[in-house]
Design a protein around this ligand. Structure first.
Ligand code: DC
Length: 225
């Protein structure tokens, strides 16, 4: 049997990674894994249980009580935290504002990366995140690194968040994105960076259909084997 195919999509916050990853998975009948949702669910658990993230022992103990599961329905991310569906709650501001420091913790990354690697062991998958092409699947057949103008990213995210966060402002969203870009690229543990063999995809001025066509072209050669 031929080896399973892994498509790794990394890039900055809110530049359409999940839109592309979902569309690609749907088209190819691959499994879609949103790795950011896992860090968000861990953050939610830490917030709810008042875990002190500066205390490595507390963090390690808490991680043992966290059980995450994905359920794919229409290629939308449905993630459960200890059996409870938290897909909506992990997108709200309290989690968005706290996820960067949580995702920078070595113990958290070690556990999440191990879970992610298990998911990509034998199945064809598309996974998006920050370190998928560098740390999680350095041997992925296809690696894309996505970027877009920060202002365009903030506008897109603002429109997405508004229905569930009616009081939110564009400035707040822009600040949050700028802050996350900074922490994601400067953190010590697996900072966001382009894998040497990743193809850059800047979608500031292209449509979702165009970026899907671009990505499909990159995967195509591996489908024939
Ligand atoms: O993609 P997102 O915005 O849902 O990710 C939430 C946070 O998790 C973001 O601050 C970066 C972090 N993250 C990470 O460190 N590694 C990943 N593979 C995915 C997300």
């Amino acid at each position: 049997m031929s080896k399973n195919i892994v498509v790794a999509i990394d890039g900055y916050s809110s530049c359409g990674k999940s839109t592309l990853a979902k569309a690609l998975a749907k088209k190819l009948h691959f499994i879609y894994v949103d790795s950011g949702a896992m860090y968000r669910a861990v953050t939610l658990y830490f917030l709810r249980n008042h875990v002190n993230i500066a205390d490595a022992e507390q963090v390690t103990a808490a991680l043992q009580n966290i059980h995450l599961n994905f359920h794919s329905r229409d290629y939308q991310t449905h993630i459960t935290l200890n059996g409870e569906e938290v897909s909506d709650e992990i997108r709200l501001m309290p989690v968005s504002e706290n996820v960067s420091p949580v995702s920078a913790i070595r113990e958290v990354r070690k556990e999440m990366v191990a879970q992610q690697q298990r998911m990509g062991k034998s199945k064809n998958i598309v996974m998006d995140g920050r370190d998928i092409g560098t740390a999680v699947f350095p041997n992925a057949q296809v690696k894309l690194f996505m970027t877009a103008d920060p202002k365009v990213r903030a506008e897109r995210r603002y429109r997405e968040l508004l229905p569930n966060n009616p009081d939110i402002t564009l400035e707040e969203v822009f600040e949050n994105i700028a802050h996350r870009d900074y922490s994601d690229t400067t953190r010590k543990e697996s900072p966001l960076m382009r894998a040497e063999d990743a193809v850059i995809l800047d979608n500031t001025n292209i449509t979702p259909d165009e970026q899907l066509a671009f990505a499909l072209e990159k995967v195509q050669p591996f489908l024939k084997n």
